[in-house]
Design a protein around this ligand. Structure first.
Ligand code: TRP
Length: 460
């Protein structure tokens, strides 16, 4: 980012696309997309995800970035600039990253642990019990008890906190421009190797062949939640990113590029994980562990697997860290804007939030000292509750309100003018229909279904 008058700005289209992709590509693509795909029946979920990401997802990226650039403000201020009564929409969106970042660091901790074990020659341990080791770890059943996962969470959280406090995020961003393509190359390499495994064909068919029997309203619920999570939509972050963008940057093209990059990485990560997981017989049980259970077994069977595995996990750590830092920065800037706290103190508050809530997540798995059971927790404690509440309730509400605000209060022309500053806006009619009608109606249906699903009422 270069200083440009009062507001820092990205150096141009490429700068914007790279920074946004670095923050969007993370555990959402590598960890969450594969297990959601497995859970929702494979190919049919992939199909629905891709179609929705390219239509609805990209429209929402465009809506948020153009809104941010037009107002020149970050999330809360962008809404309250019109009238104080709209400020709550900004706050609702801004709270979401605060609920995500603590558990994001817990998962980042698992990746660190997997890196550490594979680099110290313990790949075999990770592949133990046909991959059951992950569940033993999170439920404290191994020798290290709950101390193990908490320790790795604390290390990942500390890395993230140090980054926001000393502000090395620009350095990480630069590094991620080299490491992200490298990660892609590795994913492709691992994928190609997997194609040689006997018995993989059924897994590939599960991943690529849409099975209509698996289709239900919950497939859409899962796909929309995943789109929000992976593209970082409906949490105010893209409004802020838009405000850093120069007026001559083509927003439509940028939104399409970010959407395509993120989706391609997700689909490739899915291709690397879902077919082998299927082959090893993982259904949707312990869904969240898919990435940690299936891959070590692949690495074990691979020539030079003990070199490939640590390298792979290291690259995943970087992808996760760029996203975690960007999530934490979003939280810090909300504290900074919304209270009288200065930058340092806002970072401090963010750190406390991550540590306290994250530790609660790490300790509330089955049998954990803080474990509990309610329908919302998906069997994985506070981590599951936070994931469900943000994805199925808060993000749809934030997105519906933003669409209604843009469509009926400020009017879509307000954004269309902004988008047209840098060229013809070919999708204008589609964009208008999407923001004013399709997205709010569709999201309201998703929200109602999501709430019923969470409280355990099944319509299907
Ligand atoms: N999209 C990120 C990922 O796939 C996670 C994420 C959600 C995020 N919201 C964000 C990252 C806000 C940065 C800012 O891992």
């Amino acid at each position: 980012m270069a200083e440009n008058g009062e507001r820092a700005s990205f150096s141009g289209k490429i700068g914007f696309v790279l920074a946004t992709s670095a923050s969007a590509v993370g555990l959402g693509n590598l960890w969450r997309f594969p297990y959601e795909t497995s859970h929702y029946g494979g190919g049919i979920f992939v199909l629905i995800y891709v179609v929705l990401a390219f239509t609805f997802g990209i429209s929402l990226i465009l809506m948020e970035t153009s809104f941010g650039r037009r107002t020149g403000k970050s999330c809360v201020a962008a809404f309250s600039g019109f009238a104080k009564k709209y400020r709550f929409i900004g706050y609702l969106a801004a709270i979401i990253p605060m609920l995500i970042v603590p558990y994001y660091c817990v998962i980042g901790g698992w990746v660190l642990k997997w890196f550490f074990e594979s680099v110290t020659g313990n790949l075999g341990t990770l592949a133990e019990d046909g991959g059951g080791y992950w569940w033993d770890i999170v439920t404290g059943s191994t020798d290290s008890g709950f101390f193990g996962p908490s320790l790795w969470f604390l290390i990942f959280a500390a890395l993230c906190i140090v980054c926001i406090i000393i502000g090395v995020d620009k350095g990480i961003e630069k590094l991620s421009k080299i490491l992200m393509p490298l990660l892609l190359v590795m994913i492709v390499g691992i994928m190609v190797y997997e194609l040689t495994l006997p018995g993989i064909a059924d897994g590939i068919s599960f991943y690529l062949n849409p099975n209509l029997d698996a289709l239900g309203p919950d497939t859409f619920l899962g796909a929309v939640g995943q789109i929000f999570w992976s593209l970082s939509i409906a949490m105010g972050i893209l409004i802020t990113y838009g405000s850093y963008t120069k007026k001559d940057v083509d927003l439509t093209e940028s939104a399409v590029m970010v959407g395509v990059i993120d989706t391609v990485v997700a689909v490739m990560a899915g291709m690397m994980i879902v077919p082998v997981a299927f082959m090893f017989g993982f259904g949707d049980s312990n869904g969240m562990g898919l990435m940690f259970e299936a891959l070590p077994q692949v690495f074990m069977s691979m020539p030079a697997g003990n070199v490939v595995a640590p390298l792979f996990y290291l690259l995943v750590i970087f992808a996760a860290l760029t996203s975690a830092v960007s999530l934490a920065e979003t939280c810090a800037s909300v504290f900074n804007d919304g209270t009288r706290l200065d930058r340092k103190r806002s970072s401090g508050v963010t750190a406390v939030l991550i540590l306290v809530v994250g530790l609660f997540c790490a300790l509330s798995f089955d049998n954990g000292p803080l474990s509990f059971s309610i329908p919302l927790d998906q069997g994985v404690g506070l981590l599951g509750v936070l994931d469900s509440v943000t994805n199925s309730i808060m993000m749809p509400i934030a997105a519906i309100l933003t669409c209604l605000f843009v469509g009926y209060v400020v009017k879509t022309t307000y954004l269309e003018e902004e988008i047209e500053l840098s060229g013809e806006f070919k999708f204008k009619p589609v964009f208008r229909v999407m923001v004013k009608y399709l997205a709010p109606v569709f999201l309201t249906m998703i929200l109602v279904f999501g709430i019923l699903d969470l409280v355990g009422v099944s319509l299907w």
